[in-house]
Design a protein. Structure first.
Lengths: 305, 371, 368
């Protein structure tokens, strides 16, 4: 039994590392966007389009890292479009997000057809666990560089929000457009850039899906991961570091279902497979209502008003 | 504001009528213009990928509206979308972004199929069984979304995430029972609940192939429009949606208003689930998860959360889905074509929101008309 | 019989719809009838799996003169499929409809077949009941578990440990039969072989399929096979983990140059060719067309680098035996809860096996 517990724990560790990266990138992108006072619900579209563009680019050029860059650019395009449209008066940013989700997945499915079957060159991983002598652990510790990029970005963003002029401007724009304007900041420009940059990061998350794990392109690839990641931002209370932990937690919870079946606990797998959603909801219910949660929300967000 | 109000008292009747007419004309002209603009934009897209836009739109017409069969095809596909559109639109009026219609539809449909099992096997006549099933679907959906609304009000849990999570959980619950305790042993390769049987299935509206879900959706849309626009409840809900703090300061029971709006929404989605079971499938199974809840969100946004406008928008979506098949078959284009068109249409329509109040022809002349 | 009344009613219907395209009342009775074949897929037709296998096979019919093919993909198992098929009949004049997803049959194909008695409907699962269902409907289905049995034989002799992992979508008979057949194939050459199964709960969910594959490899399985719509993820992930693989639905051999053993594939083209020939000869295609190795409806993917010479020999022998009708389920067999579920030898097409709701002793996993 101890062995079984260990197996599940190793699987959760591996799941956290393997599955969390796309959630990380989308959540970080959304954190940046929401910190500036705008919400982009459409990052699922960026994720799916990014996955397709990354796979196609890697296949056509033979360079997976070029694919990552192209995915980022496709995300930047959708993000910039969102940012530009929301600049217009009377346009609802949540609605535009849902439109971009529809538009982005539509484009990805439309142009992605020829790339489902071919094999594109994938991103390599760094074997960090070979010293352990335990093959399962060694596998769990096969880490893709993008995972570290994500963590580095989170630390950098967290630091920048507090300590740089740019970070202060973004936060101020998000908390009170009026005071930002009073300081001579162009609110629209800040939000446009924050949404475009957030879209870029979400596109990178898509590249991880198609070029590393699970490492294919097809229409079922994301199945709502981008939508969940946007939700995790509120769960993480707009903090980049907490967003990382939320993504890791979600990845680990997602590994519970298959891992329990692997050690022989096979009944009720629908609920174990739904573990990430159930646990997230439970934690939200427990932790919500606290003053901290309300305090952390950017004041200009339409979703919290 | 106050000046205007004072003016209204002395403005001749036909001037007020004129103002209302211009507003109405604007609210028709701008979306229609946007639809035309997005169609042109999509035509450019088609030309870029080497397809014939004229053939494309001809097929949209043929497949969506071109014959009595096509019209019925569109209406049939629109039926669940009206109800799921309402499921998003009603909470939106009170300021809640509820994206959990999918889960409420699935669970409502499942509950109505589950309650039918003892009733059908007990020989209870359809005239009793079907209303019980419908009520069960409505109540289950209502409680499911109402719970999310209560979480928002009582615990401050963000309703958008919570409703999304609840959708995934609802689907897991349905699968758990359909593949476990409530599985009809005969439904070997497609795990389902016990079929309600042909005698208990709801047929089509006489003279058509369109099912009664469409009629229910239209009636409900009108009722909810009256409720939200013409009653104190609706006024209070809209006020809460417009300014939560002001509504609280006025002493409105904000929490109850939220929960009730959410329950109405869940009830609409649950009713859609009931119709899926009672008309389409005759039992509950994984086919209930067909994405109607999520398409309903698009429908509601395009309808600008107006219950009446949900009807034509849902029919437009139904027509696009119907036409999508013809376009695949005749033009050899992937099904995602319609997704791209929908996305463009949606983006352009949202951009057009910025045009309200910009066109002089829709404005009452500021000075000359008022004395 | 009621033939004349049926065709009159359908003529009225077609007339009412204002479309005379399908108004030939005698179906395929005239050899010169042009065939408009409408086919509906539940997913994208280039999914590198179930749907693509159909699409590739039906594409071979496009070259036959007198046959027009119209296709619609991503059609969900709701009234959308009724409407799509009806639209093919009304707008394209389709007179042969192929419905390729299990959930299309009841109620959708059955009800539409009653409504359009002049149109021939064929559905890809052995569900047609000649007493209860309309005579213009029908079924076709290759019993893929025979090819999975061959997978099992090859896997049993290619696996160093005899532990085979199986990533499965849903615990339904057609999937369970493949799992059990892999076990029986492996046990026929290695009595200690086991199969460990993980259900993902969905037909296509790439991330969870990859997680399940990793979990099985971590649990010690050294051959991985699967039954999901698009096996690409499972095969590539397993290859990346350095274990061997057996394929499903279509050839995945190029995805696993090091570890691929063989794979279970449908030969839909045999069936579709039969339909085309029947139509060309002015006959109605057979109502019930099922089969396996004995009538050329299956094949196993050419052996890959993962197959040992003994495995190839034994698998080839197993294929020959299946062509001769050798049974796979031979009594006595117990399920993994200890109940006797196979008390005698069953023919490979015995209806008893169609309702399978058990996993044999030797399979780790449970269907609830």
């Amino acid at each position: 039994m101890d062995n079984a517990v260990l197996t599940v724990l190793i699987a959760m560790l591996g799941g956290a590392i393997r599955v969390s990266t796309p959630f990380m990138f989308v959540a970080l992108g959304e954190t940046l966007t929401e910190k500036s006072g705008r919400i982009n619900l459409g990052l699922e579209g960026n994720l799916v389009l990014g996955a397709m563009v990354a796979y196609a680019t890697s296949y056509l050029t033979g360079s997976p890292w070029l694919g990552v860059l192209a995915a980022g650019m496709s995300g930047l395009f959708l993000g910039a479009l969102h940012g530009y449209i929301c600049k217009l008066p009377k346009v609802n940013d949540i609605a535009v997000g849902i439109a971009m989700m529809s538009f982005g997945t539509g484009l990805a499915f439309f142009f992605g057809k020829p790339f489902i079957q071919p094999q594109a060159p994938k991103l390599d991983s760094i074997p960090l666990g070979d010293w352990t002598g335990n093959p399962a652990l060694a596998q769990a510790l096969q880490v893709n560089p993008l995972f570290f990029v994500g963590i580095f970005l989170a630390v950098a963003m967290s630091w920048a929000f507090r300590n740089t002029k740019w970070g202060l401007i973004v936060r101020m724009t998000g908390d009170s457009a009026a005071s930002a304007k009073a300081m001579g900041v162009s609110v629209d420009l800040v939000r446009f850039l924050a949404t475009a940059a957030g879209g870029f990061l979400a596109g990178i998350g898509g590249a991880f899906l198609s070029l590393y794990y699970p490492g294919i392109w097809n229409q079922g690839l994301s199945s709502g991961q981008g939508l969940m990641a946007v939700a995790l931002v509120i769960f993480a209370r707009w903090d980049p570091i907490r967003a990382i932990f939320a993504a890791l937690f979600f990845g680990a919870a997602g590994a519970i279902g298959p891992a329990l079946q692997a050690v022989g606990i096979t009944s009720g797998y629908y609920f174990f497979n739904a573990a990430p959603y159930i646990l997230t909801l439970v934690i939200m219910i427990i932790s919500a209502g606290s003053k901290a949660s309300a305090r952390d929300a950017p004041g200009e967000l339409s979703i919290t008003k | 504001m106050t000046v205007q109000a004072a003016d209204n008292a002395v403005v001749p009747v036909e001037k007020t009528g004129n103002l209302q007419f211009l507003r109405f004309a604007e609210s028709i002209a701008i979306p229609v213009g946007a639809i035309i603009a997005s169609a042109l934009l999509f035509a450019v897209f088609l030309l870029l990928i080497g397809k014939d836009p004229i053939q494309f739109y001809a097929l949209v017409w043929t497949g969506g509206f071109g014959s009595s069969f096509s019209i019925q095809n569109s209406l049939q596909r629109a039926a669940p979308l009206i109800l799921t559109g309402l499921a998003f639109a009603i909470p939106a009026r009170i300021g809640l972004t509820m994206i959990g219609g999918e889960g409420a539809l699935v669970l409502g449909g499942f509950a109505s199929a589950a309650i039918a099992i003892p009733l059908v096997s007990g020989g209870v006549p359809p005239l009793v069984t079907l209303p019980v099933m419908a009520a069960t679907g409505i109540i289950t959906g209502g409680l499911w979304v109402g719970f999310t609304g209560w979480l928002k009000y009582a615990r401050g849990v963000n309703e958008t995430i919570a409703s999304l999570l609840m959708s995934y959980i609802a689907i897991a619950i349905m699968n758990f029972f359909v593949e476990g305790a409530l599985r009809d042993p005969a439904s070997a390769n497609k795990p389902s609940t016990m079929p309600i049987g042909d005698a208990y299935r709801i047929g089509s509206i006489p003279g058509t192939d369109v099912h009664w879900g469409l009629a229910a959706g239209i009636v409900l849309a009108i009722v909810l429009w009256v409720l939200m626009s013409r009653t104190t409840f609706g006024f209070a809900a809209r006020m809460t949606g417009g300014n939560l703090r002001a509504a609280r300061a006025q002493g409105l029971p904000v929490g109850w208003l939220m929960v009730i709006c959410c329950m109405i929404a869940g009830g609409c989605a649950g009713l859609a689930g009931f119709f899926e079971v009672a008309v389409i499938h005759g039992q509950a199974n994984a086919s209930l998860v067909a994405g109607y809840g999520f398409t309903g969100i698009l429908v509601a946004f395009l309808a600008r959360q107006n219950p009446i406008a949900v009807i034509p928008v849902a029919i437009l979506f139904g027509a696009l889905a119907a036409a999508g098949g013809v376009i695949q078959r005749r033009m050899d284009m992937p099904d995602a074509t319609i997704l791209v068109l929908q996305g463009m249409l949606f983006v352009v329509l949202l951009v057009s929101d910025t045009l309200y109040g910009r066109f002089k022809i829709f404005q009452v002349k500021a000075t000359g008309d008022r004395t | 019989m009621t033939f004349s009344s049926i065709s009159r009613r359908s003529l009225l219907r077609v007339g009412a719809a204002g479309l005379a395209a399908t108004a030939l009342p005698f179906g395929f009775a005239r050899a010169q009838t042009n065939v408009v074949l409408g086919i509906v897929y539940v997913g994208p037709k280039d999914d590198f799996g179930w749907n693509q296998a159909h699409a590739v096979s039906v594409a071979s019919l496009k070259a036959v003169s007198g046959i027009t093919v119209v296709e619609e993909e991503n059609v969900p198992e709701t009234d959308a499929v009724s409407k799509s098929m009806e639209s093919m009949i009304n707008l394209d004049g389709a007179n042969l409809i192929l419905a390729t997803s299990f959930g299309y049959y009841s109620p959708f194909v059955v009800e539409l077949a009653k409504k359009y008695p002049d149109v021939t409907f064929r559905h890809a699962a052995p569900l047609w009941n000649k007493d209860a269902d309309p005579q213009n409907a029908g079924s076709y289905f290759p019993y893929l578990n025979q090819a999975h049995y061959v997978n099992g034989v090859a896997a049993g002799l290619s696996s160093p440990t005899g532990k085979i992992g199986f990533v499965a979508a849903k615990p339904i008979p057609s999937v369970l039969s493949n799992i059990n057949s892999v076990l029986l194939g492996a046990r026929s050459v290695n009595p200690n072989a086991t199969v460990q199964v993980i259900f993902t709960g969905e037909w296509s969910l790439p991330v969870r399929e990859a997680e399940a594959t990793n979990a099985l490899v971590d649990a010690g399985c050294d051959v991985i096979t699967c039954h999901v719509d698009s096996p690409k993820v499972v095969i590539e992930t397993a290859e990346g983990r350095g274990v061997k693989t057996c394929g499903h639905n279509a050839s995945q051999a190029p995805l696993a140059p090091k570890g691929f053993i063989t794979g279970a594939e449908y030969k839909w083209e045999t069936i579709y060719k039969t339909y085309a020939d029947a139509i060309a000869a002015g006959q109605t295609p057979p109502n019930f067309l099922v089969g396996g190795y004995n009538n050329d409806m299956l094949r196993n993917t050419p052996y890959g680098a993962g197959a040992t010479p003994e495995a190839i020999k034994a698998a080839d022998a197993a294929i020959e035996a299946l062509k001769g009708g050798a049974p796979i389920y031979k009594g006595m067999l117990k399920d993994n809860a200890g109940n006797v579920v196979v008390d005698k030898d069953y023919d490979n097409y015995d209806p008893y096996l169609d309702g399978m709701n058990w996993l044999l002793e030797g399979v780790q996993g449970s269907i609830t």
